[in-house]
Design a protein around this ligand. Structure first.
Ligand SMILES: C[S@@+](CC[C@H](N)C(=O)[O-])C[C@H]1O[C@@H](n2cnc3c(N)ncnc32)[C@H](O)[C@@H]1O
Length: 293
């Protein structure tokens, strides 16, 4: 087939896909639970707001939690405690980003800049940097930036930044003043999330992530709520072929808010600040502050 025609067909398909995502995302915002959440948050100011000083709790191992344990070994689908063999439907991968309204993207960038301004500049690592746009904003703000990703195809060319082609689970986190985990946490298994928290301990950690707030995600990729190693949440089915996806695991863990704060508290982060208002119904920036030494 004529390559131009192929490209045109591909573009038409991508546009249709983007429109589908936009509709789905609007439908998400229209759910009563989401409207109520948004209304509540609209009263919030765009400031970091102390939301949690979660009590430390030793998570009891969940019965039958055969999911991934220990560092770095979290491959495959952890089905046992959730009771659902969870798989992402095929297709819809690379255009998924189209669902994010550009205005939301811009708000996200501004929120990120505002959080960075809370700190004196220093050495920062951007884990799962992807397109590297946030790493570049940190460099613009005067930070010395290392950006890490297991996929390099979206690395921009920017000589101010040290670009590292690596699985974030293997990256040594010592030597940084601030750790960024933006758009990555919800692509990790629970075991890898906990391992990351252990390795980051002692450093401020900025996590921009979806959490399970009990709302339906448009593409049905969230499984039922369940418990794993004492933390409640849902499994998220990955499209591993997407450049935005998890690097290895077919299902990632989205903790509910309470479990998320508890995970942090249990791993040396007793106080977490959430950026209000959330820039998506189920997603915001969380600044986890280490236990003062
Ligand atoms: C949704 S993108 C986030 C990009 C960017 N940080 C942002 O927030 O816009 C997730 C990125 O994490 C990367 N990633 C996922 N799992 C990873 C792993 N185990 N090691 C390294 N990179 C990983 C993916 O390759 C992808 O570039």
């Amino acid at each position: 087939m004529d390559p131009v025609l192929t490209l045109q067909a591909e573009l038409a398909r991508a546009r249709a896909e983007a429109a589908k995502w936009e509709r789905a995302y609007r439908a998400l915002h229209d759910q009563p639970a989401v409207r109520a959440m948004l209304a509540a948050r609209r009263t919030g100011v765009q400031l970091l707001h102390k939301v949690a000083s979660a009590k430390r709790a030793a998570p009891a191992p969940a019965a039958g939690s055969g999911g991934a344990k220990g560092s770095g070994g979290a491959k495959g689908v952890a089905t046992a405690p959730f009771g659902v063999p969870f798989r992402a439907p095929a297709g819809t991968s690379s255009t998924i980003v189209a669902r994010l309204d550009p205005a939301i993207g811009e708000r996200r960038f501004q929120a990120f800049d505002a959080v960075l301004r809370l700190f004196p500049t220093g050495r920062v690592v951007d884990l799962g940097t992807g397109h590297g746009l946030l790493a570049r904003r940190a460099a613009d703000a005067g930070w010395q930036v290392t950006a890490v990703d297991a996929r390099t195809e979206r690395f921009p060319s920017d000589e101010r930044i040290t670009w590292v082609h690596q699985d974030i689970r293997e990256h040594d986190l010592s030597g940084y003043d601030l750790i960024l985990c933006l758009g990555l946490f919800y692509h990790l298994t629970l075991a890898d999330q906990l391992d990351l928290l252990r390795r980051a301990a002692g450093k401020p950690l900025l996590i921009d992530t979806h959490v399970d707030v009990g709302i339906q995600y448009p593409d049905d990729r969230l499984g039922d709520s369940g418990e794993q190693d004492g933390y409640r949440g849902r499994l998220y089915g990955e499209h591993l072929e997407s450049p935005l996806a998890s690097w290895v695991n077919e299902a990632s863990f989205w903790p509910d808010l309470d479990s998320f704060y508890r995970m942090l508290a249990d791993h040396g982060y007793p106080v977490t600040l959430a950026l209000e208002p959330w820039y998506q119904p189920e997603r915001t920036f969380f600044l986890a502050l280490p236990q003062p030494s």
